[in-house]
Write a protein that binds this ligand. Structure first.
Ligand code: FAD
Length: 470
């Protein structure tokens, strides 16, 4: 193969052919030749479509480049800060590519989620949306339009990502893309024991905690989330209708010790050219050794768009019943892995008190901190693995305060028991609380950045950071 090409005119034998499995292999080969007493020649060979031996080398080494088989990672999309993620999805799919990190719900704006973090079941592997941005155009609080990236105006770049709208208005974000999968194997497994549920979640994300670089997209799981439900509640909710009526019956007639169930939810993406049985085999391999309730594993095979846009259907249903525009006293917190059991003891009690229903989905899933960038304004707990807990309450106009009190109870419990949570989509009103949220060092940086980019404190006052009470 290495001694011929499309022209079929020149035939030259190399001494060896390198089939690299990483860029490191190529670096080593070049270094080896450079350090040799008489450096040998090296020729990378693409597909050998030269006509006159241009990719051949006599007595040297041909590098068979296709062996690298790296995913195509150099795609990006320039999108307006005002765009919805769902539109980004459709526009990029037209070119066979898509962003890698998502939120559960796609009718959120790019600038809005990048001002927080943007998390979903992909974040354990790809990081939050803020770490999948190459470049930003920002109109700062001073009214200057500045292009920024990790290398250029990096202070502004890092300030704005997770910056709660405090430093500038994102008008363009350059978002990382990958080849888009076509379909998704979407799986839910049922647990009746909290510790087993979290142990399995942590196991699934652990592989990605050790790697900084991208693991080949064809391997492993692409999405890991989890949720908590009361057994008597409908296992389907507005976030996704996943279970058939038969599945629902099986779930509700299960004998569950304390009436609380846990769903571990995973997804494996696959491409047109993937063999379906290989995808199933890879999925099976990933789920080996998990301790869900035997037989309570449910699988669906859906299109990539149906999977990513899974919340839309429920949203439209709630809209039609007038139940979307109700009060939403949500609480989202990040909890260090080592303290998740401490916190969990109180959650069902607090929530189930007064015999109220859970009043909305409860999400709980772990994230790898090494996929976040501490230079950015977003705040996480300090442990390598932390959980995100989302209490996505909906309520009537009269009873939202009761749910708000439950949220406060949870926050108070954490404070009193030394559980080092961080609020996601934070809501504070006192300066001291913000200082505590960011931590001393980060708060100082946050204030300095505010002075640099929005010294007149013009932007996003609704966050109540620089106009909070002392
Ligand atoms: P807004 O609420 O309009 O703005 C949020 C903040 O960013 C404000 O301070 C605003 O001033 C500022 N801002 C807005 N646009 C810009 C811009 N272009 N430049 C700079 N600052 C700007 N979050 C997740 O991470 N994962 C989820 O899965 C998820 N699911 C959700 C599901 C639903 C149904 C809802 C309602 C929210 C969900 N969220 C989720 C939360 C969401 O990320 C936040 O609400 C976020 O604020 C995005 O909403 P938005 O685009 O409407 O921004």
């Amino acid at each position: 193969m290495a001694s011929t090409d499309f022209g079929n005119l020149v035939h030259t034998n190399p001494a060896a052919v390198l089939h690299p499995s990483s860029i490191g292999d190529i670096v080593s080969l070049l270094k080896f030749s450079n350090n040799h007493s008489s450096p040998f020649k090296i020729a990378p060979r693409g597909r050998g479509h030269s006509c006159r031996g241009q990719a051949m080398v006599a007595n040297g080494v041909v590098i068979d480049m296709p062996s690298l088989n790296n995913p195509i990672t150099r795609f990006y999309a320039d999108v307006g800060g005002e765009q919805f993620w769902v539109d980004v999805l459709h526009a990029t799919l037209d070119h066979g590519v898509a962003p890698v990190s998502w939120t559960d719900y796609l009718y959120l704006s790019v600038g809005g989620t990048l001002s927080n973090a943007g998390i979903s079941g992909q974040a354990f592997r790809y990081g939050p949306q803020i770490t999948n941005v190459h470049e930003l155009d920002v109109v700062t609080g001073k009214g200057e339009l500045i292009t920024s990236s990790k290398k250029k105006n990096s202070e502004l770049f890092h300030a704005v990502l997770g910056g709660l709208g405090q430093f500038g208005i994102i008008t363009r974000a350059r978002i990382r893309l990958e080849a888009a999968p076509k379909r998704v194997k979407w799986v839910r497994m049922l647990y009746d024991d909290f510790s087993t549920f979290t142990r399995d979640q942590e196991h699934l994300i652990s592989l990605y905690g050790n790697y900084q670089e991208l693991i080949n997209i064809n391997h492993g799981l692409n999405y890991v989330e989890g949720s908590i439900i009361l057994q008597q509640a409908n296992p389907n909710n507005w976030r996704s209708s996943f279970f058939s009526s038969n599945d629902q019956l099986r779930i509700t007639s299960l004998n569950v010790p304390n009436g609380v169930l846990y769903f571990l939810e995973v997804a494996k993406f696959y491409y047109d050219h993937d063999d379906d049985t290989n995808t199933d085999k890879e999925l099976k391999k990933q789920l080996e050794g998990l301790n869900y309730i035997p037989e309570f594993i449910f699988t669906r095979d859906v299109s990539f768009v149906e999977f990513l846009n899974r919340v839309r259907k429920g949203e439209l249903e709630l809209h039609s019943k007038g139940l979307w525009e109700v009060p939403h006293p949500w609480l989202n917190i990040f909890i260090p892995k080592s303290q998740i059991e401490d916190l969990y003891h109180v959650i069902p009690n607090i929530i189930a008190k007064d015999n109220t229903d859970l009043a909305g989905p409860i999400l709980l899933y772990p994230l790898n901190r090494n996929k976040w960038d501490d230079k950015m304004s977003a705040v996480t707990p300090e442990e390598d693995v932390f959980y995100t807990l989302g209490l996505l309450h909906s309520s009537g106009y009269d009873d939202w305060e009761a749910l708000e009190r439950k949220n406060e109870e949870i926050l108070k419990y954490c404070e009193e028991h030394g559980i080092k949570i961080k609020q996601y989509l934070p809501h504070y009103t006192a300066k001291k609380e913000w200082e505590n949220h960011f931590g001393h060092k980060k708060w100082r940086i946050f204030q300095q950045r505010k002075n640099s980019f929005d010294p007149k404190m013009i932007l996003s006052p609704g966050q109540k950071i620089f106009n909070s009470v002392d």
